[in-house]
Design a binder for this molecule. Structure first.
Ligand SMILES: [Mg+2]
Length: 232
């Protein structure tokens, strides 16, 4: 972790996707589910479905450059891809909500990182504040992961008070404010340095990135290592 190690850690703010659960097994499961759906519909409909989801994901990444938006991101994130695809907004929104938010829920628990629950219990018992800030809505996912009881702060980038995707620092700062601590007293744990790391550092927070591939002072492999780095 960076130089300010001597400042005590009062709280930990977490990313969700790819951080509290592993994404590869979930992606594999979703591909299987998409395959199952494809068997029940025309190839044309399947191709359209894939094209819409790909476009939505692509636009979501582009919208990071928007920073803190003037109008609600909750609606921009569907209007921009719908316009690009020359399709009505509602069916696109329904498709995204089904495949990216609702359908993965029953499969999340199986993909949860080993040691996540134990580490959160240890942090909580030491009085360390716990929160989640993600680019996507968090409540239903945290319930599905059976971890929601740990987090007093649960924020999404499209929440009215934030309205900025990472790496804009706004959501990170809102998270610290809601936890009641200064950014230098809060550690952010994420899985993408170019999004989570940049945003957390811009907000003045320390950061740990969970990764199988990257190594270095700010990177950790698993929850055992996160625990060691947080000193619990
Ligand atoms: Mg993530």
């Amino acid at each position: 972790m960076p130089a300010s190690h001597a400042i005590p850690i009062r709280a930990v703010l977490w990313d969700l996707d790819g951080t509290l659960y592993r994404q590869p097994p979930l992606r594999k499961r979703m591909l299987f589910e998409l395959g199952k759906a494809a068997l029940k519909q025309s190839p044309k409909k399947t191709l359209r479905m894939m094209r819409w989801l790909r476009c939505y994901r692509h636009v979501r990444e582009e919208l990071r450059d928007l920073g803190h938006a003037d109008s609600p991101l909750e609606s921009i994130q569907f209007h921009v891809p719908a316009q690009r695809l020359e399709t009505p907004v509602q069916p696109l929104e329904d498709l995204v909500r089904y495949w990216m938010l609702e359908h993965p829920l029953p499969h999340l628990l199986k993909a949860r990182y080993a040691g996540a629950e134990g580490l959160l219990e240890r942090l909580q018992s030491k009085g360390i504040g716990l929160g989640v800030f993600s680019d996507y809505p968090v409540r239903e996912k945290l319930k599905a992961l059976e971890l929601d009881r740990f987090f007093s702060v649960q924020l999404g980038a499209t929440d009215e008070t934030i309205n900025a995707f990472k790496p804009h620092p706004r959501g990170f700062l809102e998270g610290c404010k809601a936890l009641g601590w200064e950014p230098e007293e809060v550690v952010y744990v994420g899985d993408r340095d170019e999004v989570d790391g940049i945003g957390a550092r811009a907000a003045g927070m320390r950061c740990l990135i969970i990764s199988d591939k990257q190594t270095g002072p700010g990177f950790v492999r698993d929850f055992d290592e996160i625990g060691r780095r947080l000193g619990v």
